[in-house]
Design a protein around this ligand. Sequence first.
Ligand SMILES: [Zn+2]
Length: 155
Amino acid sequence: MITAIIPHDYEWANDLSRRSRTDLIIVHHTASSPDITVEDIHALHLRNKWSGIGYHLVIYPDGSVHQGRPLDTMGAQCEGYNNRSIGVNLTGNFEYDQPTQEQFDALVLLLSDLMRQYNIPPEQVTGHNVWNATACPGANLDALLPDIVAAAVRA
Ligand SMILES: [Zn+2]
């Protein structure tokens, strides 16, 4: 199945560049209220002096999937790995909370689509904490990731 991705228009502070390759998918949380929107994230990341929202895809608590940076461009989401990765973010703070069932299900289908589209093996779908010193994507989502990736392989 191909996930429906809700488009958003952004004003980028700089021209976005393309990635050299795509062999990692990196899962994040916002470490914030689950009600944060892609527009909020865009504004926050502009304040960091980035080009704009750093993630490629953002999943809300209702399971809707929102476009951030265009999929073929370099994100600002995993230091040292942006030139080879797609960043997927679930809104919420999963150090304390659990993703909603809708977020869980949407992430399974989205990862399944992306793994097929880019021919990415399951071991290269990881939490942000594998690559950078961070608690992201939060202990609770981190604990669910093996099941989520296994379900994505079967989806
Ligand atoms: Zn992260």
